[in-house]
Design a protein around this ligand. Structure first.
Ligand SMILES: Cc1cc2nc3c(=O)[nH]c(=O)nc-3n(C[C@H](O)[C@H](O)[C@H](O)COP(=O)(O)OP(=O)(O)OC[C@H]3O[C@@H](n4cnc5c(N)ncnc54)[C@H](O)[C@@H]3O)c2cc1C
Length: 285
């Protein structure tokens, strides 16, 4: 199935894609939001966004995503829940092949974010070994959970699981977890047990019991493990016959960044990409 050509296809419904959509509408363009995941993207994994102006005390990632969902609906932005597989240049337009249909657009904004970086050895698949907290039940009382990682996402996730009632151990390879002062302050007064200088080298799961084997021969046993060991761009998952930088094809958000992966820079990128698309579309017309 093929739609009529639209002004701008925005791929990814995280903060970068959301901001690109809202700016596109503001400029009078007709966008189509194509995303394989729900509105909000990675913010669904965030316990509390405390660096967004306008939310004293912060706001949970899921709550912020719900507000964005309403705003996109109010702006009547059409959505296609689908994975984009390929983007090809065709005369003045781009053909975007998704898992459900082919879309033709005058401009494309790719805002596909990141995926978890692979663990050096394969991790077992299943509900008890995860890569972030998105989709976990709201209550985890009675469960022993481990978070593996040393950075801000690991600290946020450890506090998140503790909020839900789990007994949490943070296994940090670094001598001390690294995060913003506010998160480290919360960690120090929380019930989360921190095992610093602990390198996990293997994970196993059997009938709901998770075992994490450490390089020093130690072992952690419990019910749930979340590996937060870094993320990498997803851009290589899309076949592109016209590289980013080609007129009319723009990128935005965490997929472009190795540091400063936060909501506000992602949104600024998304807005700027929509604006550049507007310039390129109006010049072509
Ligand atoms: C635990 C945790 C806590 C965090 N806390 C904070 C915080 O307090 N403050 C803060 O500012 N930031 C925080 N962040 C970071 C923030 O979530 C990200 O910086 C932000 O979500 C990046 O936005 P993005 O739009 O670039 O990408 P993402 O949010 O990753 O969105 C990418 C979107 O693209 C879609 N997608 C991917 N590939 C395809 C494809 N091929 N086809 C179609 N759709 C596709 C995905 O489904 C998703 O909707 C946190 C992150 C984590 C993990």
């Amino acid at each position: 199935m093929k739609r009529e050509s639209i002004d701008i296809a925005i791929v990814g419904a995280g903060p970068a894609g959301i901001a690109a959509c809202l700016e596109a509408v503001r400029l009078g363009l007709s966008p189509l939001l194509v995303s394989e995941g729900p509105v909000g993207g990675l913010v669904h994994a965030a316990r509390r966004l405390d660096n967004l102006p306008g939310y004293p005390g912060g706001i949970s990632g899921s709550e912020w995503a719900r507000a964005c969902e309403i705003q996109l609906s109010e702006a009547r932005i059409p959505r296609l829940m689908s994975k984009v597989l390929a983007v090809a240049g065709k005369e003045k337009d781009f053909l975007i092949t998704t898992s459900r249909e082919i879309v033709s657009a005058h401009a494309v904004v790719l805002a596909v974010g990141t995926r978890p970086r692979p663990f050096p050895v394969a991790l077992p698949h299943g509900p008890f070994i995860r890569r972030d907290a998105a989709g976990l039940p709201s209550r985890l009382e009675g469960l022993r959970a481990a978070v593996v990682g040393s950075g801000e996402a690991a600290v946020d996730t450890a506090l998140n699981l503790a909020d839900r009632g789990a007994a949490v151990t943070l296994l940090s390879r670094a001598e001390a977890p690294r995060a913003c002062a506010a998160l480290l302050g919360e960690l120090s007064t929380s019930e989360v047990r921190v095992l610093a200088g602990t390198a996990v080298c293997r994970a196993a799961e059997d009938a709901g019991t998770v075992r994490l084997l450490q390089e020093d021969g130690g072992e952690w046993t419990g019910n749930l493990a979340v590996f937060c060991i870094g993320r990498e761009s997803r851009i290589d998952e899309i076949r592109l016959d016209c590289p980013p930088g080609t007129r009319g094809i723009l990128t935005a958000g965490d997929m472009n960044r190795t540091t400063d992966r936060y909501v506000l820079p992602a949104m600024a990128d998304g807005r700027a990409a929509a604006f550049s698309s507007f310039i390129s579309i109006t010049r072509e017309a």
